[in-house]
Design a protein around this ligand. Structure first.
Ligand code: FAD
Length: 561
């Protein structure tokens, strides 16, 4: 990708067909769809790409068995259509980036034969709706099979389980891959660029957006023929900036996930807890050697801090523990993440659990603003297509979407055993090769080439853990990372693996970013302090004891000398 400076300069010198506001899954998808249709496109995000809801998901590429249950229970055609569309899109999403996705079997524990039949029939219906895009047929497992695959499960009451398949993906890297693919197709993407106002023509139509650079480069005017509002849960803010009287449409809801060690769970099978105290389902999903447990669904108060709270941890553990032999305790939580669902208001529905996770393309005829509201990660491609269809209608042009099965950055030539090429070509151990090939696909050699130039970059960021230093350099040079959090929370993902490991790695990341981004010593110190304080804040908000700050890398190097 371009550097921020290059992107910034190019935006100043161009007029665009389409300006997309928001670089989460919806915005990135709109941008890619538009650019592939030949429309000159720019996408800007107020923060980092995919740093909002798009990195706080359950990381499932799914139709949504809960929505299916609601479709059946409430005879709700809207929920049914959502499941059907999402199951079709699931296939395209897995196909476009096989290195960032995989098929996982979800086991639903059953404590009676009635439950086996009930959930078994439900999952057969899920298979049936998926039709040709079914990943694996669902099936009923005996008690022995279920215990073999999930030894952590309650032995005494279990009579068996129902297994069904869904997709799983790396949300942060998938988002980045869509942005990178968009750039390679000729588009321009800029992170940390917040839209703060609009210019209009005499008829009131938007013709430009004022963008404030969050990294201190001042403001920028982006001229474009069409503007897409893809700001997720905060879409109303842009709608109201354009039309101050616009009626709010979003009903955001908060959802948290916690991460615990995999003890007693397998690295391949997930568990679906079919009943919670608030009538939902929750999941325990293997994720990079940990178990991701989520999610909650509670009201969101505007301005609320996105942190995991002790009562949310307790809630999640209270739902999963009755299904386990030995309960998971709150002190086992090693990391967590909170996010906001961008739900759209449906008439007469106040309960966020009942709001349809469907999308809506809204066109404001007075100003020309096109907003993509709602939706979910799994349907991001379709959302992009529908939005750009509307953009073309507005611009009076026509060409078809090309994003279906379009290979994303890193997908060209990728196969499941691609990691072996890395072992052969770079002489690295199998576990590191597998890790890198799953993060970067066929771009992994670009990361490893850096270690040939500087052997120091081959060292791990944290002792015995997979991420290596070269990934930080790659993140800064190629992936537009400009903060420690960009690197650890999204480009590498260590922050979700362990808050403490992320803090341990932070000094080296700061040091590498100083070299790559030309920071002064003071800037490095400030970036490190800010990051450590932010992670420690997350730790203490989750009810755990904060960590002492590790020494900056330069002081560690001096100590070693
Ligand atoms: C807890 C939880 C679990 C979920 N699990 C799943 C799942 O397993 N599978 C699934 O398919 N979906 C899931 N979802 C839904 C999915 O994550 C979201 O629907 C999707 O990520 C929304 O993407 P978005 O781009 O619309 O919003 P966001 O990712 O929030 O992106 C909006 C972007 O707009 C930017 N922005 C805001 N204001 C401005 C401005 N003024 N100027 C420029 N940029 C601006 C923000 O910085 C942000 O990056 C889950 C959601 C949550 C919260």
């Amino acid at each position: 990708m371009k550097t921020r400076q290059q992107a910034f300069d190019q935006i100043k010198n161009h007029k665009f067909d389409v300006c997309v506001i928001g670089g989460g899954s919806s915005g990135a998808s709109c941008a890619l769809d538009a650019q592939l249709r030949g429309l000159k496109t720019v996408v800007v995000d107020a923060g980092d790409f995919a740093s909002g809801s798009s990195t706080a998901s359950s990381k499932m590429v799914h139709g949504g068995v809960r929505y299916l249950q609601e479709a059946v229970n409430d005879l709700d055609a809207g929920q049914y259509n959502l499941v059907e569309n999402a199951l079709r899109e699931r296939q395209a999403m897995l196909h476009s980036a096989p290195h960032l996705t995989r098929t996982v079997e979800f086991l639903v524990p059953c404590f009676s034969n009635f439950e086996k039949i009930y959930y078994g029939l439900g999952m057969k219906m899920y298979d049936w709706i998926a039709g040709k895009s079914s990943l694996l047929p669902s099936r009923i497992l005996t008690r022995e099979e279920a215990l073999y695959r999930l030894p952590a499960m309650q032995h005494e009451k279990l009579v068996g389980a129902v297994a069904y398949a869904d997709g799983q993906f790396d949300d942060a890297r998938y988002g980045l891959a869509v942005v990178e693919t968009f750039e390679r197709a000729g588009g321009i993407a800029l992170n940390y660029a917040r839209v703060i106002g609009f210019g209009r023509d005499e008829a009131g139509k938007i013709t430009s957006a004022s963008v404030s650079d969050q990294m201190g480069r001042g403001t920028l005017e982006i001229e474009a023929r069409a503007f897409v509002n893809a700001t997720g849960p905060f879409s109303d803010a842009i709608r109201q900036l354009v039309s101050p009287g616009a009626v709010p449409r979003m009903r955001p809801s908060k959802g948290v996930h916690i991460m615990v060690p995999l003890d007693g769970f397998s690295d391949r099978d997930a568990v679906l807890i079919p009943k919670t105290e608030d009538g939902r389902v929750i999941f325990g999903i293997p994720w990079n050697g940990r178990l991701l447990i989520g999610t909650t669904d509670t009201g969101y108060t505007p301005g609320e801090e996105m942190v995991v709270k002790p009562e949310e941890i307790e809630y999640l553990l209270r739902q999963i523990n009755p299904y386990l032999n030995s309960p998971i305790t709150a002190d086992k939580v090693v990391a967590g993440i909170a996010g906001v669902r961008p739900l759209v208001a449906a008439h007469g529905v106040a309960d966020t659990k009942k709001l349809i996770r469907d999308e809506e393309v809204e066109f404001d005829a007075g100003t020309g603003l096109i907003s993509i509201l709602g939706g979910k990660w799994t349907t991001h491609r379709l959302m992009g297509e529908e939005t750009i269809d509307r953009v073309q209608e507005y611009l009076g042009t026509h060409s078809s979407s090309r994003t279906w099965n379009f290979p994303l950055a890193g997908a060209h030539g990728y196969t499941e055993d691609y990691w072996q090429t890395l072992v052969k070509d770079f002489g690295i151990r199998a576990s590191l090769a597998q890790y890198l090939s799953r993060k970067y696909g066929t771009a992994a050699p670009e990361v490893l080439e850096l270690t040939r130039v500087d052997r120091w970059l081959a060292a791990p960021l944290v002792v015995d853990e997979a991420p290596i230093r070269a990934q930080v350099v790659y993140a800064a040079r190629v992936e537009m990372a400009v903060t420690i959090e960009d690197v650890l929370a999204r480009r590498i993902g260590l922050q979700l693996y362990s808050w403490r490991y992320a803090m341990e790695a932070a000094p080296i990341v700061a040091e590498l970013l100083r070299r790559e981004l030309g920071w002064s010593g003071k800037e490095e110190e400030h970036a490190l302090e800010t990051y450590l304080a932010a992670v420690n804040h997350m730790i203490s908000m989750a009810g755990q004891t904060p960590e002492p700050a590790p020494l900056p890398e330069r002081e560690l190097i001096m100590e070693r000398k």
